[in-house]
Design a protein around this ligand. Structure first.
Ligand SMILES: [Zn+2]
Length: 441
């Protein structure tokens, strides 16, 4: 039976976490597991794009005119694919399909566009920028895919124009995340410019999720020298947020026949920790603040998602050779706790989860042929830590490549075909014969 005294599993911050403690300056390239793509080029270009078009638009007309002139066209996006879920670990996932339609609505009778393009982007933002308020220090935008629908001057008539698009979202993309140190977001950005320089823009966020499929439980063995204690644990391979999972533990080697002592389990505690790491880079303008380009400020944070303490509930058996303690309990992350999936975005944001199990054992002296048991005063804390991958539940979804394509049998009956029309025309041979007979006549 688990004890009634249980700690309230409310997430709280550990002391000495990042709050109030400055981060450490590190070399980004050295810390990067995956080298970031040349994102600044795109970012810079997109920033220039908006400023330039805004300026040219402004300079061509007076400010009062500008506010009154409505945009000649509007853009809209319609996503037709199901929610983006990458099944499996990042190194083996086949990704997910994204498809949809870009709609361009032209209001006047005719409107000429210089460019029209759609971009699928990832936006990684830090909540601890080097310079607060600087957008370039706060977030980095990377273009993952671009569709150029219009590249030279093209005239559109009044009405709706549609452009279909599709993309295989790579399976190694980190899922959309909002942790206490940073965020990872994905978006579709549609941009167009008329020949007059009027920009038209539309943005839609796209959520990317990852789901690890259930596999067989794993067994872990931990030994605690110099004692003979050894703990065997059976753990699930994945933790799903908003649910609990069973853990089976067996502690062996608790009886020492030579020194007539044995270990008694006094207390058992588990907790699930979320470890976040964010490297905040500085923009070119503010790089001097952290000692030059190519450096970033590393922040780390540990958050306890859930914890519980037991003072009883296990089975102790001193009768066999070296004795054993068996204990079964449930751990999990409550649904109301704000937890994120495991992500690793190279030098940017990384989140991982650990299950920490602590057992407090006390030593007892028990002489042979005596029921008198005395505590020796010696105690130990057996601490075990297991890395646990955490994702949302996979549900009923399956990967796109595991879906069965439709077979010929699945195609429904088609509408009735046209019946063959039987004509009463004269066969050609007869015509020729009759003509030949006329000529000979
Ligand atoms: Zn900056």
């Amino acid at each position: 039976m688990p004890s009634l005294i249980r700690s309230f599993p409310v997430p709280h911050y550990l002391p000495n976490a990042h709050n109030g403690v400055p981060g450490t300056i590190i070399d980004i390239d050295a810390a990067a597991v995956v080298k970031p793509r040349p994102r600044s080029v795109f970012n810079r270009r997109s920033a220039d794009y908006s400023i330039k078009s805004y300026k040219s638009h402004k300079s061509s007309k007076s400010s009062s005119q500008e506010s009154l002139t409505p945009a000649p066209a509007t853009l809209n996006l319609q996503i037709e694919s199901p929610p983006i879920v990458c099944y499996g670990a990042s190194n083996e996932s086949s990704g997910a399909l994204l498809s949809g339609m870009l709609w361009l609505t032209v209001d006047p009778w005719e409107c000429e566009f210089d460019s029209l393009k759609l971009t699928f982007q990832s936006v990684v933002s830090t909540k601890k920028p080097v310079v607060v308020g600087c957008p370039d220090c706060t977030s980095k935008t990377t273009d993952l895919q671009t569709w150029d629908f219009v590249t030279s001057a093209h005239s559109f008539s009044h009405g709706l124009h549609n452009y279909p698009f599709s993309y295989l979202v790579p399976g190694n993309l980190p899922a959309s995340t909002d942790s206490q140190l940073g965020t990872i977001k994905y978006q579709l950005l549609a941009r167009g410019t008329t020949v007059a320089g009027v920009p038209v823009q539309f943005t839609q966020e796209v959520k990317v999720a990852r789901s690890l499929l259930d596999r067989n439980d794993r067994n872990s063995l931990r030994v605690f020298p110099p004692t003979n204690l050894a703990a065997t644990l059976t753990l699930p391979p994945v933790i799903h947020r908003g649910g609990s999972f069973p853990i089976e533990m067996r502690l062996e080697g608790i009886v020492s026949r030579t020194s007539l002592t044995r270990w008694r389990l006094r207390k058992a505690t588990w907790r699930i920790e979320e470890r976040s790491r964010m490297v905040s880079p500085a923009c070119k303008l503010h790089a001097h603040k952290i000692g030059g380009e190519g450096k970033g400020v590393k922040y780390e944070d540990i958050k306890i998602l859930a914890t519980e303490e037991y003072k009883s509930g296990w089975k102790t058996d001193y009768s066999n050779a070296d004795g054993k303690i068996e204990f079964e309990f449930c751990a999990g992350i409550p649904a109301y706790t704000a937890a994120t999936d495991d992500v690793d975005n190279g030098a940017g944001l990384a989140v991982s989860h650990n299950l920490v199990l602590e057992l407090i054992v006390g030593e007892e002296y028990c002489p042979r042929n005596s029921k008198l048991v005395t505590q020796t005063g010696s105690a130990r804390v057996l601490r075990m830590q297991f890395n646990m991958a955490t994702t949302a539940r996979s549900g009923m979804g399956i990967s796109w490549e595991d879906e069965c394509p439709p077979r010929y049998d699945d195609v429904p009956g088609s509408p009735p075909t046209y019946q063959a029309f039987e004509s009463a025309t004269q066969p050609v041979d007869e015509l020729e014969i009759s003509r030949g007979s006329m000529e000979s006549a």
